[in-house]
Design a protein around this ligand. Sequence first.
Ligand code: KIV
Ligand code: ZN
Length: 520
Amino acid sequence: MNDKEKVIIFDTTMRDGEQSPGASMSFEEKIQISRIFDELGIDVIEAGFPIASPGDFEAVTAISKILKNSIPCGLSRASKKDIDACHEALKAAPRFRIHTFISTSPLHMKHKLNKTPEQVLDAIKESVTYARNLTDDVEWSCEDGTRTDMDYMCKSVEVAITSGAKTINIPDTVGYTIPSEYTKIITTLKNKVPNIDKAILSVHCHNDLGLAVANSLAGVSAGARQVECTINGIGERAGNAALEEIVMAIRTRNDLMPFTTGIKTELLSKASKVVSNATFPVQFNKAIVGKNAFAHEAGIHQDGMLKNRETYEIMTPESVGVKKTSLVMGKHSGRHAFKEKLNDLGYMDVTDDVIQTAFGKFKILADKKKHVYDDDIAALVDDSMVLDKYVINLKSLKVFAGTGEPQKAEMTLDVYGEVKSTSEKGDGPVDAIFKCIKVLYPHDVKLQLYQVHAVTEGTDAQATVSVRIEEEGKTTVGQAADTDTLVASANAYLSALNKMIIKRKKTAPMERETQKVKGI
Ligand code: KIV
Ligand code: ZN
């Protein structure tokens, strides 16, 4: 029997994580992510901020209906309207949590809320009591907690608990604190708030100084028993504490942090891939889930590893779901081996249609490339997963580049079932490609980011291209992989554009969609 104390893992990838520029997720992506999070063993999933937009409301409602293990949660300000929206979106779930917050720092109370400390105490009492009448699982957060006067924080926490909050969250909203200070805050709350034993203390750290994980772990060591975090550490500005880093730190240094979490760590890599596919790529050297996290290049390290893995490995790649397999797929590999490979890579719930599309692309790639590596295949499947919803697809592309002539692209697209072609000159081949897309499907979006990464090594490596576009405050990210960087560029842009079309449909009435599709 495991008698270690449990740390509750509260994930906010789809709420605080989505507030990160370029991280907005489509409804379908949120559903896919929720299913994986449910399987991963996350205790509480903050699925959105229901009052914020109809899209958020709809996603929280749908997620609340599909979760089998995790508790769904929605965010609300200290207002009855917000709390009602949360309740409405969550109420289909057998158990759900309402998370309500208000700022408590002098700076926020004066300049953001224009309220006195006494008025804020009244708002805490009123909002928590109101939420408590709708569910017995109420969480309260003091926004900008780490810049709040300590005596005032103790008072506000006491009021929140008296009013019915079962979880008290202390956010380091602006990523300002350091481990020793955060330890002191949590310890003081435990020592000074008279009814603190009636609630679970929670930590919520932002990464502006790169200390989010260190601060969260300091908070846990000081007595917090819930950590709020996101997969890949995505979130406002520099992000939130990364779930995978918190969980693996607790597991790996259990001698110093004798706690358990309910996370099935072998699914971390898969969760990271699905989130990065919906948002943006993970940096190569990212702890736990980066491509290089388990790679050993230096000769001395390789030699040590061959003699005994523990010389340079503090956790096994298998423990986070990274298979160190050398099984290389090639053009002779069949559908069965391909399916087995997908299973090995953690793609368990992929539909037959997606497998079919990805297998077709794999065969084409295997013809072009000697070895097709695991990362190549993962990139192909990630691409194929959302393809069936796309209404604009690339049929063919020819690019004229190099010195001398102006660069030119010839493109044929399938636009809502109609095949259209054009040829456009550009300021470089990528510009020419993007111009073709604009001519064939007139639209008005801003290109915010264009990034190329090599997924595998060698001159025949697959390139992954990421494109982020923006339209009326909404952003979408498209990624695509191909051995031809220009084909990947066209597909990445089209992927972002298709996602924007899906997003428009979710948030705008039909007429607006028709107006946007000018020329069709
Ligand atoms: O960082 C923060 O303060 C938050 C709260 C809304 C919990 O995200
Ligand atoms: Zn936050």
